[in-house]
Design a protein around this ligand. Sequence first.
Ligand code: ADP
Ligand code: MG
Length: 401
Amino acid sequence: MTSYKWIESRTPDALAADATALFNAEFGTAPTGVWAAPGRVNVIGEHVDYAGGVCIPFALPLQIAAAVTPREDTKVVAASQKTDGTVARAEVDLKDIRPGGDIGWLGYVAGTVWAAHESGALENLTGLNIALVSDVPLGSGLSSSAALECSVAVAAYELDHGQGPDDAARHQLADAAMRAENDIVGASTGGLDQTASLFGAEGKALVIDFDSHTHRLVNFDIADQDLVLLIADTNAPHELNDGQYASRRGVIDDVQNALGSLRHLSEEQIAAWAHENGKDATLYAKRTGHVLHETARTLQAADALEAGDFDTFRRFMADSHASLRDDLEVTTPELDSAAEAAGTLGARMTGGGFGGAVIALIAKARVGDTVAAIASAAEEKGFAEPTFYIATPGDGARRLV
Ligand code: ADP
Ligand code: MG
């Protein structure tokens, strides 16, 4: 019998113990505390967070734990344990952080602390010693970057204020994490990941509206329906800051800079503007069409979810994939292969695209067949071997110890 690879996740206790052990090994003392933040899966509403759209993600039980102690100076010293057991260690002085300066992965960590101080979410500019352990696969569209930012953000907040962040403070931290990613790392992401990582709750999905800047929690009772959400990581890694994501976003931003949020525009208005301004009308219609249709679809998907109508919800997921493939053109052969192998309903790529993962909302009884179909399609085409995970909605960023 063929065996398949599954993504492993530790319990919060095990994650906290491992982060504490790493902190001890790296810094020679016990940490003040351990905080954790989850990766997320976006169920529907893709590439619309930067265009006033709507998305429905949930926080995953896959998390990053940060064991942290404040420092006397303003340095951030971070050690991160890689999956092979080796440790990457880097440091930067918060006073030296500038937009545009390249400090690698430390940009997510120290950049968030810096941005939270700039916005007033953190009162004191305090250095930190940080030990990080992670169960979130890197660059798979499950947002290891937001898990990294948000674990450090809630730690820094509590160490600064003496208590954990309330909802208002979580909004400030989400903004700071997004700014770190946009201005320090140079990845143009739109806020979906950080909101999901900070506000997720067990058993719930979030419906996030990027026009009104509000979100609500909705029951994601798939177990009652004998459904599961299967994630298949294609293991064809993506790089959001390699220009492709920015080029898709560039078209959207071009229109929005001239006409305002896409949420309040029609296809006709955009076509007329593109024509008057000498733009490639076909390209602009496809790219913006994805955003307009995906937002309308996701609003309807939210209604279907609240009504417990998963057949309709799953149809919208399949439509979302087709739109990302044909109109926004952010899928890859690996993503299309996995989505097709998973079936015609409930399967779509998730995350920014250009690699990463596919999700399939399917009957529990179909998991074995679906995993086999996705894996053998990848093998036949000579693609990397996918890894699998059954996702359930978990809690947002919080203190563990
Ligand atoms: P995703 O968020 O979908 O996983 P991104 O490209 O946005 O993909 O973020 C991945 C990047 O985040 C990595 O290349 C690395 O720089 C950083 N990162 C994520 N997790 C860790 C970690 N545990 N330790 C160090 N850096 C990390
Ligand atoms: Mg990311």
